[in-house]
Structures are given as structure tokens and as C-alpha cells.
Design a protein around this ligand. Sequence first.
Ligand code: AKG
Length: 328
Amino acid sequence: MADQLISTAVHDQLPENYARPETQRPRLHEVVSDAQIPVVDLADPDLAAACATHGFFQVLNHGVPVELMDAMLAVAYDFFRLPPEEKAKLYSDDPAKKMRLSTSFNVRKETVHNWRDYLRLHCHPLEQFVPDWPANPPSFREIVSAYCREVRGLGFRLYAAISASLGLEEEYVKKELGEQEQHMAVNFYPKCPAPDLTFGLPAHTDPNALTILLMDQQVPGLQVLKEGRWIAVNPRPNALVINIGDQLQALSNGRYKSVWHRAVVNADKPRMSVASFLCPCNDVLIGPAAKLVGDGSPAVYRDYTYAEYYSKFWSRNLDQEHCLELFR
Ligand code: AKG
């Protein structure tokens, strides 16, 4: 078991239980590195096309201050540079914990681990969760809270734009999904001695509604599946990467796609990404919007609660079939 953080040691060799069998390796030489995922503005009419064809896009003019994005990444690196003893105190492999420093994905279930340490935080309401967040670095709570507030605002602006792009009233997604929970994964991928044998995160879709991803501009690592090929995402300066999660795929009756993506690692540099997830509360009933269901387009998914979805998601391995397939 990966019962300790990988970032607290230097590794000359990949430990055996991180090496994927031949057929599951990243095949980095086959990745398309010069393609772009769409870059859009919030008011852009191309938003709908980006959601429908890619499920992933980069957003500019998003309203989140660039200095805050830089501060968020800087404090995240500082956090992972804390002494091993201090980080060890925060370690947990219990996915139910609302604040945990952990490693890989779900160490209790997996047989092959992933080259990632991560800090997982619940972020809404902030007053409830911030007192349990790490007290070090000293600026951590203040910077991360400010970033969470901004990202939440952006998430709701995106919900409005996405609703409108589906021909629904602007408030539709926000109203339908109810009070949104907000979680964060601060992903740290240390330098890896064998990037061709393992993943930071293997292929997965996001079980939530919408993900807003901030990443280190200097070190690529995110890849998105498009027409059977993995595309490397090259972040535009000052952009945030947005991806449609499983719940928006269901609500849009399959028009918008929650796309497979993965994080690969590299030998020369560590990498950081900060994923903010908006998701419905447990008891919210989710299903295709009535306006998007009609004669020519029957409901693709049945109604279900988010609690049902989330527990199904966590009971499986990350890279199995799309979890939404179980809700048809
Ligand atoms: C996740 O946290 O779910 C991700 O997919 C992170 C991807 C990345 O590190 O670029």
C-alpha cells in the first residue's frame, strides 16, 4: 500500500507497485502535443461548441485575479515543501474525511498506485471548513479562502453561460443543481523516475458538475481524450481550464460531454495543479432537463440522487467505463 506520501522522499527508482502493466501505460510517444483545446471568453458563442465537442476548454477574461491565481500556486508549492513530520500529521487515506493530505487516488482499494500526493479540502461554507485547514504556511488559509470565493463566483457565471448555451433560462443549472458544495484537490506530482510506466492520475471523468483547473504554466501534464487520441493541454497564460463533469452531461441529456482526462508525470520537474469542483448536495435529484427531452431526443439518463451517483463512483476503479453508463 502507498501508505505514505511520495513527496517526502527522493526516489531513484519507481517502486514496483506504481508500475502499470504494459497495456495500461501512458504511451507518451503517441500523445498529440500541438493541438489546442478551445479557448473561449465567457460571453463567447463558441462556448456551446466547446462544451459539446471537447467538454474541456480554457477560459479567458474569467474575472479571477491573476495575482490570486499565482499566489494560490505559490502557497500550494510552499505547502508541499513543509517538513515531512508536519505533513505526516495531516495524512489520511479515508475518503470520507473533509480535510486530508493523501496520496495516489484511493489507496485502500487500488492495487497499482499513482504518482500523486494531494491535499483535499471541503470549501463551502468557508466558515465551517477553514478552521480545520492546514495552519502552515501561515498565509495558506487566507489565500486559499480568497481563491475559493473567486472560483465559486466564476463557477456560477459559467453555470449561467452554460444554461443559456443550452437554450435554458440562465438560472436553470444553478437552480436545478441546488446549493453547491465546493471541494478542492491540490495535486502535487513529484519528479518521477519512470514517467512512461505510471500516471499522476489515470484516465477518469469527474463525478461532479463542473471543474475549474488552475495549473502550473511551466510544466505540462494534463491530457484529454479526443477521438481516441490523447491531447496534451498547453495552458494559455492566465487562463483557467474548465471541464464539464458527469452531472452536467446528465443534465444536458448528453449534449455536453464529461470527457476522459488524465495527468502524466515527468522526470525533470515536479508539477502542481489545483482542481476546484462544484457539485450538488447529496439529496439533489439529477436528470436530463425537461426542455432537452422530446420526441426526437428521449431521456438518455434516468433520474438519480447525487448521493447514489457518488457512492457508485467511489465503489469502482477510476479508469473503468464511464460511471454515467450505469444510469441509462
Ligand atoms: C483532477 O484533480 O481530477 C485532475 O484531473 C487533475 C488534472 C491535472 O493535474 O492536470
